[in-house]
Design a protein around this ligand. Structure first.
Ligand code: ATP
Ligand code: MG
Length: 525
């Protein structure tokens, strides 16, 4: 061969290698990349087979990462060759005889026609990230300069491997981030610069009743439709107004949000944070969304609590003060009857204050979760009912009480003081809410595994649409009577909690001829 043509071949080879190298840097899938590197290297030098091992930073050892021309089940036999002879830069010539000896032994064992090995480091800076093994067979032999010829190719390959690894790390990180966003208990939404939704996580989807797939791609204003706004402006209005100003402050928007496809709304609080690029241009908006419904309801409850309690405390206190002040007057001499009557009223009002305070304490125990029954007694409900009736009877002239209990009414396990509280409230309601008087019937019934107690009145009844409110805290129905009579709206709430703590139930029916029947059940055991 002439010198001229030899040079030509070299140039062609270089160009071929360069083309492969360029292709390599574009390949980001690591297994594919390694396969291409190995195959091109082996084919380029006219070899028969090859293996790539990579240094695995996690386990500090070499790992077989690609195989070419060797059946997979035989790869294990190559262990001594791959791990037994360490690669030392500049000393590869000395290692070759040992490598070849190993190869001969392996080839004999697995009956493969392999007779020569060459090893190339895949170097990146000073670091060797892996080794390319190439094997020859039959009568062919690698040229002297094989390693030299391929060295820059191996360097390119190392860079490509590094890239592919970085890329897969970035991909993994991206997946991890979107998994975190998806699992976040708070609603998360990401908008692009055109305000189209690009991320809409599961929590937000549950909150708003919008399927993520439906929301993604929509304009922000078409999804986040406010029914009533509590804060000053919406995101769109704020943007028109120049938000975000330099310094990139967050924007908070709160209001009533109509649930998609439901006749219902919730309170949402959204914090929008702008994402700016190096030039200060907004590229994304990240929104954190919270459902504030319960929080606002509790706030409302607090307000009701304070107004109800102060109102209810005021009445008895001013009555007590009025009577006490009158009795103290130095200039008057009160007859024993008047004294007695006045003191009785003071006592009664003090009792009702005590009841009120007891109710409030009970309600706060329920809220704090420290409410527990004192289940120690066998409660004779028929006797309790009789006692409650005796107590209320003299308080009302125009109501008539009747008892309707079977003789053998069984005792139940329960908290006597609290069950008395339930009866007190049902009977006092029956009186309060039947201002024209009438019959109040207290009855007991025995069932296979529970007993029921009912209080029936002939009063104003409870309108159907108010049914669901009746057992809620501080709820008093809006009618003229509620305004005239005293009450905090705690009685039925507490009664329900007490009965349910006994594993019972409480409910009511409107009677056919007007009036209401409240019934509760308690298990016999
Ligand atoms: P409290 O019992 O705390 O003194 P209250 O009697 O107003 O106050 P609840 O016993 O919880 O509160 O009753 C809630 C509301 O349900 C009452 O305000 C009343 O509007 C209505 N209600 C309760 N019992 C009857 C009844 N027997 N007939 C008609 N309405 C009733
Ligand atoms: Mg009541």
């Amino acid at each position: 061969m002439s010198t001229r043509s030899l040079v030509d071949i070299r140039i062609l080879q270089r160009e071929y290698l360069l083309a492969i190298s360029r292709a390599l840097t574009a390949e980001l899938d690591l297994p594919d990349l390694l396969r291409i590197i190995l195959q091109s290297a082996v084919e380029f030098v006219g070899g028969r087979a090859g293996i790539i091992v990579l240094a695995d930073p996690h386990i500090e050892t070499l790992r077989v990462a690609a195989v070419y021309g060797i059946p997979p089940h035989m790869v294990n036999y190559f262990e001594p060759l791959l791990r037994g002879v360490p690669y030392i830069s500049g000393r590869e010539q000395d290692a070759l005889p040992e490598l070849n000896r190993h190869l001969m032994e392996i080839a004999k064992k697995v009956d493969l026609d392999l007779n020569q090995v060459v090893r190339l480091p895949m170097g990146y800076g000073n670091e060797v990230i892996g080794l390319i093994y190439m094997f020859q067979s039959g009568n062919s032999h690698f040229g002297q300069d094989t390693a030299v010829l391929l060295s820059s190719f191996a360097q390119q390959a190392a860079i490509a491997v590094k890239n592919a690894r970085l890329y897969s790390q970035v991909q993994q990180e991206k997946q991890r981030l979107s998994a975190i966003l998806e699992q976040s208990a708070d609603g998360v939404m990401i908008l692009d610069e055109q305000l189209a939704i690009t991320v809409f996580n599961r929590a937000l989807s549950n909150m708003t009743n919008w399927k993520s797939a439906d929301a993604i791609g929509q304009q922000h204003e078409d999804v986040m439709v406010w029914q009533a706004l509590k804060s000053e402006m919406t995101l769109e209005q704020a943007l028109d107004d120049g938000w975000p100003l330099p310094g990139a402050a967050h924007l908070y928007v709160e209001g009533e949000f109509a649930l998609r496809g439901k006749n219902n709304h919730i309170m949402l609080g959204i914090t929008y944070a702008p994402l700016l690029d190096d030039n200060g241009r907004m590229t994304n908006i990240i929104a954190n969304i919270r459902d504030l419904t319960r929080y606002r309801e509790e706030e409302q409850l607090q307000k009701t609590f304070i107004s109800v309690v102060s109102h209810e405390l005021k009445t008895p206190v001013s009555i007590i003060k009025g009577y006490a002040g009158t009795l103290r007057r130095q200039d008057a001499h009160w007859s024993p009857e008047i004294l007695d009557e006045s003191l009785a009223i003071i006592e009664e009002e003090a009792d009702s204050l005590t009841d009120l305070i007891d109710n409030l304490l009970e309600a706060s125990r329920l809220q704090a979760g420290t409410f527990s029954l004192e289940l120690s007694e066998e409660v004779m409900l028929d006797r309790l009912v009789t006692a409650v009736m005796r107590k209320f009877n003299p308080q009302s002239d125009n109501h008539t009480f009747t008892l309707d209990f079977p003789d053998d009414f069984p005792a139940v396990w329960g908290d006597e003081r609290r069950l008395t509280q339930v009866l007190n409230n049902l009977v006092s309601n029956a009186i309060k809410y039947s201002p024209d008087g009438g019959l109040i019937t207290l009855s007991g019934r025995i069932h296979p595994d529970h007993v029921t107690i009912s209080v029936t009145d002939e009063g104003i009844g409870i309108p159907e649409h108010q049914r669901h409110r009746i057992f809620q805290q501080f709820s008093r129905l809006d009618n003229a009577l509620s305004r005239q009579t005293e009450g905090t709206g705690l009685g039925l709430f507490l009664s329900k909690s007490i009965v349910e703590a006994h594993n019972g139930r409480i409910w009511f029916n409107n009677n056919e001829n007007g009036g209401t029947t409240f019934t509760f059940s308690l298990p016999k055991e």
